[in-house]
Ligand binder design. Structure first.
Ligand code: GTP
Ligand code: SPV
Ligand code: MN
Length: 592
C-alpha cells in the first residue's frame, strides 16, 4: 500500500503535510502483518540495533541510549489555550508557541530515514469505546512495539473509511547524529506534547516507552482522560483483573497504582489461597463507562504489556515469565553469555558474567545493576497464560471494586475500605507514593500522585477530581466499592512487612467479601480496616508484630503529614471541589 491508496482525505492531507515538513527518504504504510514485523526486525538485526535471543524464539533485545531510558515528565506538556485548563500538575505551553517550536525541530528531521504510518486502534475494533489513532514515526523500534501494544493495520484503515475520526500522533526520535544504535535528542529538545483541545499528539526526541508508543500514555490516558471528562466516561492508569471465588462468584477489580508500583504483578497474580482463581484483563490502562443501569463497565484499550523486567521472576510473577518466553521485545535488560536476557531479581543465581544494558562486560562485583531499573518487556496480551477470555469483549466487564495504592514505607496500612464514594475519591486524590525509575528523575521521593494519574491527566486535576465525584453521583448505589492498599510498608529494619505478590490475594479476598458484606471491619477515620481475624492468613508466617503495624491506621503519622496534605490540595485552588475540602476537614478533626 502506498500514500496514493489512502482514501481518507484528512489522513492523506496530514501525511502529505508531514512528509513535506519532516523530509523522509521513504514512506511505509503499515499493514500490521507478521511479515511486516519480521522484515523490520531483520533490518534492525542487520544494523545491530536488535539482538536475537536464541533461548527465546522470536525475541530480541534492544539497548537504548543511556540518556533515554524512561518517560520524561519534565518534558511532557499539555498545550491548552488557557494555562489554568492544564492545571498545576502539568507542564503547560501555549499551543501556537509549542507548534512553532515543534515545527523547527521536525523540519527535515526524517532525512535519510523511512517515515512509517501506523494506523492503530485503542480497544477492540468492534467496541463502541474504542478510539483510532494514526502514529507517524521514523523509528522502526516504535513500529514493532506498536504492533504488539495496539491493534495495528489495514482493518483499522477500513474502519476509518473516508470520514472516520482519528487522532494524529506524530513522533520522531529526533535529529541528533549521536548514537547510531538509538537515536534521540538531548533532554532540553525532547517534547512529549499534547493538544487536548484539538486531539493531537506531537512527540519529539525520545524513542522510549510512553514517550514514543503514542497510543499508550499520550492517547489512552492524557487525551482520553480529557475526552472522557467531556463525554462522561473515565480513562484511568489501572490494571484490570477477574477474580473467581471458590464458590464460583466473579469479581472484577480495577487498580490504580503509580508507575512501577505493582499493577502488572497484581494483574497476573497467582493466588496463594486455595480455590481462588485470577484472570488478567489488562495491566496498565482502563477505560470505563457507566451503562443505563448505573453499572460501570471497564475495558483495557491496549493489546500487550510493556512491563517492568527487574523483579519479575518465577517466584514473584510466573504468569509474566510465561508471557515473555517467546515473541518478546526486551529493552535495556542484560544479556547472558548464552544469549538470554537477565535482570536483577530474576529467579536465578547472579550469572558470573553478563553484558550489561549499556553493552559493557559485567561481573557480580560491579556495583551498578546489569539491567536498567526501568528495563522492560513488550509482549502480546494473548501470550499471557491467564488472559481472561473476555479481555477483548467490546462492552468490557462490570467493575465491582476500585483499588488505589502506592509505595509507602510508612503511614498507609495494608488495606482500608473507603467509607463512601466521596471518601474514596479523597483517598485517591491524596494517594502518596515513593517515586520510581519509570520516570527520569529522583527515585524514592515521596510525592502525591492522585489516582496514580499525576503524569497522565490531560486537563486540570481539580476538574478531574470533580469528574470522579460526578461519576459517583451518576453510579449511585451501583458504584464500585473503593479501597486503598499498600504492599510496601516496611519495618524498622527496612524490610517489607508484607510478603506481597501471590499473597496479595488475601487482601483481595477481604475486598470481595466486603463487596458482598460478608466480613467484618472496624471503622477508623481513614476508612474501614480489617481486624486481624478478618483476613485469611492461613499458612502465612508473618514476622511477630508485623500485622499490628500493617493494620495500624497510622493516625499519629498522618498528623505529621497533614501540612503537606493540605498544601497538596491547596495547589488546585478554587478548582478543588468543596466535597474534597470537606473530606480533608473531617479527617483533620479526627487526628490526635
Ligand atoms: P508500570 O508498568 O510502570 O505502570 O508499573 P506497574 O505498576 O505495572 O508495576 P509492576 O507490577 O511492574 O511492579 C514494579 C515493581 O514492583 C517490580 O519490581 C515488582 O517486582 C515490584 N512489586 C510488584 N508487586 C509487589 C508486591 O506485592 N510486593 C513487593 N514487595 N514488590 C512488588
Ligand atoms: C509507566 O511509566 O507507567 C509505564 C511505562 O507504564 S511507560 O509506557 O513508559 O509510560
Ligand atoms: Mn504504567
Amino acid at each position: 500500500m502506498t500514500e496514493d491508496d489512502l482514501v481518507h482525505p484528512k489522513l492523506k492531507a496530514w501525511l502529505k503535510q508531514t512528509i513535506d515538513l519532516c523530509g523522509p527518504d521513504h514512506v511505509h504504510i503499515c499493514d500490521g502483518s507478521p511479515k511486516e514485523y519480521a522484515t523490520l526486525m531483520e533490518t534492525m538485526v542487520a544494523k545491530g540495533n536488535a539482538i536475537p535471543l536464541p533461548k527465546r524464539p522470536g525475541s530480541y533485545l534492544f539497548r537504548s541510549d543511556p540518556s533515554d531510558v524512561a518517560r520524561v515528565e519534565a518534558r511532557t506538556f499539555i498545550n491548552t489555550r488557557k494555562q489554568d485548563d492544564a492545571g498545576p500538575s502539568n507542564n503547560w505551553a501555549d499551543p501556537d508557541a509549542m507548534r512553532a517550536t515543534l515545527r523547527d525541530l521536525y523540519k527535515d528531521c526524517m532525512k535519510g530515514r523511512t517515515l512509517y504510518v501506523i494506523p492503530f486502534s485503542m480497544g477492540p475494533l468492534d467496541s463502541p469505546l474504542s478510539r483510532i489513532g494514526v502514529e507517524i514515526t521514523d523509528s522502526p523500534y516504535v513500529v514493532v512495539n506498536m504492533h504488539i501494544m495496539t491493534r495495528v493495520g489495514t482493518a483499522v484503515l477500513q474502519k476509518l473509511g473516508n470520514a472516520g475520526a482519528f487522532i494524529p500522533c506524530l513522533h520522531s526520535s529526533g535529529k541528533g547524529a549521536g548514537n547510531p544504535q538509538w537515536v534521540c535528542a538531548p533532554m532540553d529538545q525532547k517534547y512529549i506534547s499534547h493538544f487536548p483541545e484539538e486531539n493531537v499528539i506531537a512527540s519529539y526526541g525520545s524513542g522510549y516507552g510512553g514517550n514514543a508508543l503514542l497510543g499508550k500514555k499520550c492517547l489512552a490516558l492524557r487525551l482520553a482522560s480529557a475526552m472522557a471528562w467531556r463525554e462522561g466516561w473515565m480513562a484511568e492508569h489501572m490494571l484490570l483483573l477477574r477474580l473467581t471465588s471458590p464458590e464460583g462468584k466473579r469479581y472484577h477489580i480495577g487498580g490504580a497504582f503509580p508507575s512501577a508500583c505493582g499493577k502488572t504483578n497484581l494483574a497476573m497474580i497467582t493466588p496463594t489461597l486455595p480455590g481462588w482463581k485470577a484472570e488478567c484483563l489488562g495491566d496498565d490502562i482502563v477505560w470505563m463507562k457507566p451503562d443505563a443501569d448505573g453499572r460501570l463497565w471497564a475495558l483495557n484499550p491496549e493489546a500487550g504489556f510493556f512491563g517492568v523486567a527487574p523483579g519479575t521472576s518465577r517466584a514473584t510473577n510466573p504468569n509474566a515469565m510465561k508471557t515473555i518466553e517467546k515473541n518478546t521485545i526486551f529493552t535495556n535488560c542484560a544479556l547472558t553469555d548464552d544469549g538470554d536476557v537477565w535482570w536483577e531479581g530474576l529467579d536465578r543465581e547472579k550469572p558470573s558474567h553478563l553484558t550489561d544494558w549499556q553493552g559493557q562486560s559485567w561481573t557480580p562485583d560491579k556495583e551498578a545493576p546489569a539491567a536498567h531499573p526501568n528495563a522492560r518487556f513488550t509482549a502480546s496480551a494473548t501470550q499471557c497464560p491467564i488472559l481472561c477470555q473476555d479481555w477483548d469483549a467490546p462492552e468490557g466487564v462490570p467493575l465491582d471494586a476500585i483499588l488505589f495504592g502506592g509505595r509507602r514505607a510508612h503511614v498507609a496500612p495494608l488495606v482500608t475500605q473507603a467509607l463512601n464514594w466521596d471518601h474514596g475519591v479523597f483517598l485517591g486524590a491524596t494517594l502518596a507514593s515513593e517515586t520510581t525509575a519509570a520516570n527520569i528523575g529522583a527515585v524514592g521521593k515521596l510525592r502525591y500522585d492522585p489516582m496514580a494519574m499525576t503524569p497522565f491527566c490531560g486537563y486540570n486535576m481539580g476538574d478531574y477530581f470533580q469528574h470522579w465525584l460526578t461519576m459517583g453521583d451518576r453510579l449511585g448505589t451501583k458504584a464500585p466499592a473503593i479501597f486503598y492498599v499498600n504492599w510496601f510498608r516496611k519495618g524498622k529494619d527496612g524490610a517489607y512487612l508484607w510478603p506481597g505478590y501471590g499473597d496479595n490475594c488475601r487482601v483481595l479476598k477481604w475486598i470481595c467479601d466486603r463487596v458482598d458484606g460478608k466480613v467484618g471491619a472496624r471503622e477508623t477515620p481513614v476508612g474501614y480496616l480489617p481486624c486481624a481475624n478478618d483476613l485469611d492468613l492461613s499458612g502465612l508466617n508473618l514476622a511477630p508484630g508485623a500485622l499490628d503495624v500493617l493494620l495500624d491506621p497510622g493516625l499519629a503519622e498522618r498528623k505529621e503529614d497533614q501540612p503537606q496534605l493540605e498544601a497538596h490540595l491547596a495547589r488546585f485552588g478554587d478548582r478543588l471541589p468543596q466535597r474534597l475540602r470537606q473530606q480533608a476537614a473531617a479527617l483533620a478533626l479526627c487526628l490526635p
